[in-house]
Write a protein that binds this ligand. Structure first.
Ligand code: ARG
Length: 462
């Protein structure tokens, strides 16, 4: 098969060499974007009088026909034609004859591929934003039902202080909010047109870059033709935002895995998001959460991979840059899949409130309450800490909890203790009292939920 760039060559590469250099096996993902970019390019060529009306009409109808075929899955790509751009161009020529060869006037594959990827990431970024929003909604709905459900709060994975389960879930809501903001913020750098930058230096044809940008819905054009074709920072930004998002999902995965274990028994995942074991009949494994925790690694890997590909490249285009695509496609697929699974997993999970609350009563996570109690009666906090530390030690030796001590036990530790100490020790009261801004007090949690709801309805902007 004759190469579209074969003019200056006297012999062709061997098939296996061609295969090694080809990207069609993966860049066929860009088929719709490539056709969209070509339609805008040829329309611009017509408007600027670079191609005749008749030529433009023929090329456009050929491209539209290819669009239909692509949608129907009828295009047969060939590795001989290297990549998506050359495949489509040769199909166009097959379809409408030599006039199809005029499409590439004033354009290079270098600005073409960059344009395709900007279009692709623009679409995918909006999908990611919508899916983050869906997961936020799932968290919010669960949170609303569990404002007064108590759960031990942990530091170092040791019980620290009791908190509202809604407060715990809402922590993830706000992390996701920042993730969403980051994707939104990146949009303005994705939505810029490299088209018309040519191979690297622009073109001699009197093209109108602003016009083709407008046709493609871009909000502006790259100012510098070299920059337009050689940088992939817009992809890196997507990979980096995705890495952070996955890191958050991975942490929540870890908690879900812990919470659904026999040791915790805080939640039960829906059967639809769990799997069994081929040998142990009793097993119900949180596979989806584990898989998302695992897939986080590949998303980080894709970011590191592309950063490394780009770090030593001289301007402008280098074939190394063909390596920008697989990691990007893989990340899009991973992030979108993970978000979908997560929204379903969160909205269907059963919360075992009784077990959570029971846990808050069978530990020392109310020790801070005692120290605060003494401090509020005038004892310096440091001293109060010491007194309570001794009481905890006393309980450990007696194999009981603080609430099991008698008033006489308390009084022996400090005369400041009164009967109301038992109210202070109650975890429900302990949570309720943490009414500082952003704290776990029920009033604060309700406020945060209201704010989050308004945010979801687009009423406030954080
Ligand atoms: N398949 C190529 C890539 O993805 C398209 C650009 C090729 N440009 C070139 N000058 N060889 O990077």
């Amino acid at each position: 098969m004759k190469k579209l760039w074969g003019g200056r060559f006297t012999k062709s590469a061997e098939e296996w060499v061609d295969e090694f250099g080809a990207s069609i096996s993966f860049d066929k993902e860009l088929v719709m974007e490539d056709l969209e970019g070509s339609l805008a390019h040829v329309t611009m060529l017509g408007k600027c009088g670079i191609l005749s009306k008749e030529d433009v009409e023929q090329i456009k109808s050929g491209l539209k026909h290819l669009q239909k075929k692509a949608q129907a899955g009828e295009l047969q790509f060939s590795v001989k034609m290297e990549d998506i751009h050359l495949n489509l161009e040769s199909m166009l020529i097959d379809e409408i004859g030599p006039v199809g060869g005029k499409l590439h006037t004033g354009r290079s594959r270098n600005d073409q591929v960059a344009t395709d990827m900007h279009l692709y990431l623009r679409n995918q970024t909006s999908d990611v934003i919508d899916l983050i929003q869906e997961l936020q909604q799932a968290l919010l709905t669960q949170a609303e039902q569990h404002v007064e459900t108590l759960i031990p709060g942990y530091t170092h994975l040791q019980r620290a202080q009791p908190i509202s389960f809604a407060h715990h879930l809402m922590a993830y809501f706000w992390m996701l909010e920042r993730d969403k903001q980051r994707f939104k913020e990146s949009f303005k750098r994705i939505n810029v047109s490299p088209l018309g930058a040519g191979a690297l230096a622009g073109t001699t044809f009197p093209i109108d870059r602003e016009y083709s940008a407008e046709l493609l819905g871009f909000s502006g054009i790259y100012e510098n033709s070299l920059d337009a074709v050689c940088d992939r920072d817009f992809i890196l930004e997507f990979l980096s935002n995705s890495s952070m998002l996955m890191m958050h999902l991975s942490r929540l995965s870890e908690e879900i895995i812990l919470w659904s274990s026999q040791e915790f028994q805080f939640i039960e995942l829906d059967d639809a998001f769990s799997t069994g074991s081929s040998i142990m009949p009793q097993k119900k494994n949180p596979d989806m959460a584990e898989l998302i925790r695992g897939k986080t690694g590949r998303v980080y890997g894709n970011l590191m991979g592309l950063l490394t590909v780009l770090k030593g490249l001289p301007l402008a285009y280098n074939k190394d840059m063909q390596e920008d695509k697989e990691g990007m496609f893989d990340t899009v697929k991973t992030v979108i899949g993970s978000l979908r699974i997560f929204a379903g997993m969160i909205s269907t999970m059963k919360v075992r409130s009784k077990n959570m609350e029971k846990a808050t009563r069978s530990d020392f996570s109310n020790a801070t309450e005692l120290a605060d109690y003494l401090a509020s009666k005038g004892m310096p906090f440091r001293e109060a800490h010491e007194v309570v530390g001794k009481l905890v030690l006393h309980c450990i030796q007696k194999e009981c909890y603080l609430a099991d001590l008698t008033l006489a036990d308390f009084k022996a530790a400090s005369s400041l203790f009164e009967e109301d100490i038992y109210t202070a020790l109650n975890p429900y009261e302990a949570v309720k009292r943490r009414n500082s801004a952003g704290g776990t007090g029920f009033e604060q949690v309700k406020k945060a939920i209201d704010k989050a709801k308004e945010l979801m309805n687009g009423k406030v902007h954080v």
